[in-house]
Design a protein around this ligand. Structure first.
Ligand SMILES: Cc1cc2nc3c(=O)[nH]c(=O)nc-3n(C[C@H](O)[C@H](O)[C@H](O)COP(=O)(O)OP(=O)(O)OC[C@H]3O[C@@H](n4cnc5c(N)ncnc54)[C@H](O)[C@@H]3O)c2cc1C
Length: 658
């Protein structure tokens, strides 16, 4: 890559990305306070109380942003206590302290207050500069108009219907997903402009840079099950004829997509499913369908968005449930089978309702905060939450029953005293300050893998179980562009790029809710959503996630930016897109600890329910209980809510029994 090419891409352009330096500066500012000097828990020095504090508008590196994870990593590496000052007791006491301000932590506060009453004193400690956990909001003001995207959690959608508890919470917050979906999502906009799904063939993986528009059976509306719906014989033949692929590979792709062949004649549906559960989709294509190995790159990253790994590490049966092709002649009966992953089994049975708020499930987090601290979030409805401006200075005020303290990493949680008269001592760090608070109970709504470091006194078997669930790394980029006339000219709304750095690129979902309006004219600025899931094909899934996480943490913003500009230029320049001129903002939402791990039938034993690592890991420990999606071994918002409810119920049952 030459510097003139980098100039063409616009790497020297002053987009607002440098804001991420503010995040680092904020953390450093806290770090230089002398040891032992206490902020005062709601003091003016607390970053969230500074004028203009508004994390959703920050660009640059978000997600696990600089300043959010270093303390936890030092704790893991055994270096934290070597340099930390002696903890200072704030003498604050609470009925409940919650570690983690994601949807599980916020829901735990909601459920606890429902039972314990509005005067219950609750503190939520969160290591990031914003609440919401994965459910984060990216807020842009492009051409003076508010535009939103999800920095993490995309939408209300789960493999199984929401439980009475999770659905009940949504209803109490004023969300009716089915009604909202029908009322607020504009399914017609892109279609009315003639935009379709496309594939970008890149020269490094697929021989030549070429965009082919009109992927048969694909669009936002029928995403998921579409590929399995035998689109009519001319569709795929016409599509592959326009690709740079060789005639042999084209033939194989048409065969995989359309041929109605039973590759396992003589077996019952159940027997076929059992066999398909034991081989990867890659092996299915190569050894059962007998496809040319050269077709693999076309399909390799098709499962990454769902599970964080490619088709080498996903069972063929799960891929059937996800709608991947090749099974259309196999007469598999609809519905789940015993050896399927959580997601695949659920989706095979139909899944839940769906709705995408413009900022994803950050709207749920914001509604929870409004319910807990009403004067911090103005408004009254699930529609007006979308444009509400959070007053971060009101989240952690002296005397308030519920307080949310950001930029605070918990480093120790300990039962103190006997069960009946005991308390929990919670130690947290904010910069170089190490502070202590006390509570009658504590819910750990943080990630499983950090809990053994917070509670070294846990039984060894429980610590090992907590370590098992390796989270899935992924990155969502939000890119603001000056207009989307290039998409209009090329006739596409989303581009699957099987071999590229960002396999998924698409226009923002069109949703109009409350006072929020999505762009409708290609002349207006627009947000793009890009997805990458770093992994290492060929290894077991958990190993791939670990390697992907190292890659993510080692990647600089400049590399993400360069890859973004390069890929958008290669896909869109034929439509008149100029990367230097047209890119106005880039936010990289980096999630090294992303989706909760769900068991993978290719690699994980079929444990009995009570021996699953998530079940062993979430056991109550004195006055400490454990929430978070990891406790369910899933990666969905409804699980985060259900697990919060269980953890709070365990705590209250213990208190009543004590
Ligand atoms: C990119 C992405 C997209 C997703 N999309 C969807 C989707 O479309 N639909 C869906 O249902 N689910 C989705 N998920 C899954 C999502 O994780 C769950 O929906 C849910 O939001 C998880 O909530 P949680 O509270 O359990 O965990 P989290 O959101 O991870 O919250 C836990 C919080 O605890 C904090 N924490 C950890 N350790 C400490 C400590 N020591 N001290 C203080 N705080 C700590 C963490 O930083 C984090 O903020 C997605 C996840 C990711 C990463």
């Amino acid at each position: 890559m030459t510097s003139s090419y980098e100039r063409y891409l616009g790497m020297d352009r002053p987009i607002t990305r440098r804001d991420f330096m503010n995040g680092a500066a904020m953390a450093i500012g806290a770090a230089v306070l002398p040891h032992g000097q206490v902020f005062g828990t709601t003091g003016a020095a607390e970053p969230q109380n500074q004028a203009g504090y508004d994390p959703p508008v920050k660009e640059g590196l978000r997600g696990s942003h600089p300043g959010s994870f270093e303390i936890a990593h030092n704790l893991r590496d055994g270096t934290f206590w070597k340099t930390a000052g002696k903890p200072v007791d704030t003498e604050e006491t609470y009925d409940l302290v919650i570690v983690g301000g994601g949807i599980s932590g916020l829901a735990a506060a909601y459920f606890f207050r429902e039972k314990a009453g509005p005067s219950a004193r609750i503190l939520i400690l969160e290591n990031h500069d914003d609440f919401g956990g994965h459910a984060k909001r990216n807020e842009f003001h492009l051409g003076g108009k508010l535009q939103l995207l999800n920095g993490g959690t995309l939408l209300i959608d789960s493999p199984n219907p929401y439980s009475a508890v999770a659905d009940g919470l949504l209803k109490k917050l004023g969300i009716d997903p089915s009604q909202f979906e029908a009322k607020f999502t504009d399914h017609k906009l892109y279609r009315s402009l003639g935009l379709r799904s496309a594939v970008f063939f890149d020269k490094e993986t697929l021989g030549e840079d070429r965009v082919v528009v009109g992927t048969p059976g694909r669009s936002w509306d029928d995403e998921g099950a579409a590929e399995n719906q035998s689109p009519g014989s001319s569709d795929w033949a016409d599509f592959v004829a326009r690709t740079p692929l060789s005639p042999e590979i084209r033939r194989d792709i048409v065969r995989i997509q359309e041929a109605k062949v039973d590759y396992m004649p003589g077996l019952s549906s159940a027997e076929k499913k059992s066999r398909l559960a034991k081989i990867s989709y890659r092996d299915f294509l190569l050894n059962v369908v007998k496809a040319d190995p050269e077709v693999i790159p076309f399909y390799q990253t098709r499962t990454n968005g769902e599970w964080g790994v490619g088709i080498d590490a996903e069972p063929a049966l799960d891929c059937w449930a996800l709608g991947l092709p090749g099974f259309q002649g196999m007469n598999l009966e609809p519905g789940s089978a015993p050896d399927m992953s959580y997601s695949a089994a659920g989706y095979a049975n139909g899944g839940s309702y769906r709705f995408h708020f413009p900022d994803g499930n950050a709207s749920i987090a914001r509604l929870l905060v409004r319910a807990l601290i009403p004067d911090a979030v103005p408004g009254h409805t699930a529609e007006d939450i979308v444009t509400a401006q959070v007053d971060y200075g009101r989240l952690d005020r002296d005397g308030a029953p519920v307080r949310i303290r950001l930029n605070s990493t918990v480093v120790g949680v300990r039962n103190v005293g006997t069960s009946s008269a005991g308390q929990v001592e919670i130690t947290y760090a904010s910069g170089k300050q190490v502070l202590q608070v006390h509570a009658k109970g504590c819910v750990l709504a943080c990630w499983n893998m950090v809990i053994p470091y917070l509670c070294p006194e846990l039984p060894q078997a429980q610590k090992e179980a907590l370590h098992y669930l390796v989270k899935v790394p992924l990155v969502y980029a939000s890119v603001g562009i000056r207009n989307w006339t290039s998409f209009k000219k090329l006739g596409m709304q989303e581009i699957f790029s099987p071999g590229s750095y960002w396999p998924e690129v698409g226009l923002n979902v069109a949703v109009n809710i409350g006072e929020y309006r999505s762009p409708t004219s290609p002349e207006e600025p627009m947000l793009l959503h890009l997805v990458r899931t770093p992994c290492k094909p060929g290894l077991p899934a958990r190993e791939q996630h670990k390697i992907g996480r190292y890659e993510l943490l080692a990647t600089t913003f400049e590399t993400f930016e360069l890859k973004t500009r390069d890929q958008l230029a290669r896909i869109l320049s034929a439509g008149g897109f100029d990367p230097a001129r047209d890119i106005e903002a880039i936010t990289i939402n980096r999630w090294p600890h992303g989706y909760g791990y769900e068991y993978n039938p290719l690699f994980d034993p079929a444990w009995p329910e009570d021996q699953r690592p998530n079940v062993i890991g979430r056991k109550r420990f004195g006055r400490i209980t454990i929430a978070n999606t990891d406790s369910a071994a899933t990666a969905y918002t409804d699980s985060a809510i259900d697990q919060a409810h269980r953890a709070v119920s365990e705590l209250l049952a213990d208190a009543e029994g004590a």
